[in-house]
Write a protein that binds this ligand. Structure first.
Ligand SMILES: Cc1ncc(C[n+]2csc(CCOP(=O)(O)OP(=O)(O)O)c2C)c(N)n1
Ligand SMILES: [Mg+2]
Length: 338
């Protein structure tokens, strides 16, 4: 049975479960941040559907340069909750050895490059990676996500220009959540974002990023185009940032939330309502999915909190392939030995 197009009931159910896990995880991280357990968080609430659609469309060979607000993308692509928590906590199991800010993930095994903090700075890197892929004849395209604010940076324009000139396999996906911290999209750009590629010869498309089916349908054309070797493509997914920009922000100072957790226009609720209407799920399924997501997330944080922080001497690892004598000396000094 299919929900719509090529989307089977099983795929829709899996997508729904992952969206619920992402939302539950997000809420848990905010609460942990308020308790001083995690230092910082950039919530992804409200943007889950487009992120899940991207992960569903991407192949394992595709390299993804995600941005800092893509929790559901990681989950749908199979990154375990344990690794996500390890990074958020910066414990000794963290792949980055506790050196990065929370949310600045780097999951090489899942073909994710590392998240950059300066807005838009990963976009030229994405283009470079696509160039390298073609040069080394590696399989897969390169996909990148970014916010509406990022489309007003010079890096965005440099990246689009170079990707187009070299006809590179890059799929640019803007998650237009309506805000760049406290600045609404209408105030920070005069152009329609999906048209910003026109000057560079890049086709663009706008999709409803809060609707899984519409996101998948819109992305299909973009993926087909890039995979066919026709060059880059720009997708603008209209979505909404539910809640604050980050745990350091208070949106009550500048706006009233238009979509709230569990309201009728919440993207998760929209998928839920569609599946209920089609008889794919029932209310007890919804209850049990939410309860088991909460249990899983709660248990996982508890477990990962018991992992000790990295050894302080690990700060000297990975700096050079062969440590220099200065580093060796510093390592000895830091140990208190000589
Ligand atoms: C180059 C740069 N300028 C400013 C900032 C501060 N900053 C962090 S996120 C952000 C807003 C970005 O908005 P958008 O691209 O729409 O992404 P969103 O956070 O809404 O998902 C700003 C201005 C930064 N990190 N980097
Ligand atoms: Mg934004």
């Amino acid at each position: 049975m299919a929900i719509a197009g090529n989307l089977s009931n099983e795929q829709a159910i899996q997508a729904y479960k992952n969206a619920v896990i992402a939302r539950t995880l997000d809420i848990k991280i905010i609460s942990a941040q308020r308790q001083g357990i995690i230092g910082f968080h950039v919530p992804a609430q409200g943007q889950e559907m487009i992120q899940i659609a991207i992960a569903m469309m991407a192949d394992n060979d595709d390299l993804i340069f995600a941005y800092y607000r893509d929790l559901a993308l990681y989950i749908q692509r199979g990154v375990p909750l344990s690794l996500i928590f390890d990074q958020m906590l910066g414990n000794s199991n963290d792949l980055q050895k506790g050196r990065q800010m929370p949310d600045h993930f780097s999951f090489k095994e899942f073909n994710f490059s590392s998240v950059q903090s300066p807005v838009g700075s990963h976009l030229p890197l994405t283009v470079g990676a696509a160039y390298a892929r073609r040069y080394t004849k590696k399989k897969g395209i390169v996909i990148t996500t970014f916010g509406d604010g990022a489309t007003s940076t010079s890096d965005f324009h440099a990246a689009l220009h170079m990707a187009s000139v070299f006809n590179l396999p890059v799929l640019f996906i803007c998650e237009n959540n309506g805000w760049a911290i406290s600045v609404p999209t209408s105030k920070q750009t005069k152009a329609e974002i999906y048209k910003k590629g026109t000057a560079y010869g890049i086709p663009g498309k706008r999709v409803d990023g809060n609707d899984l089916i519409a996101s998948l349908a819109g992305l299909q054309e973009a993926f087909d185009y890039v995979r066919a070797g026709k060059g880059p493509y720009l997708v603008e997914a209209l979505t909404y940032r539910m809640g604050p920009h980050s745990t350091s922000d208070d949106p009550k100072k500048y706006r009233v939330d238009e979509i709230t957790d569990g309201s009728e226009n919440d993207p998760i609720r929209r998928l839920e309502n569609l599946m209920l209407k089609m008889g794919v799920i029932d209310s007890s399924f919804i209850q049990s999915t939410k309860a088991s997501a909460k249990e899983e997330v709660d248990k996982m944080l508890e477990e990962r909190m018991s992992i000790p922080p990295p050894e302080s001497s690990s700060i000297f690892d990975d700096v050079y392939e062969e440590p220099s004598w200065i580093q060796e000396e510093e390592r000895r000094d830091s140990d208190g030995s000589d």
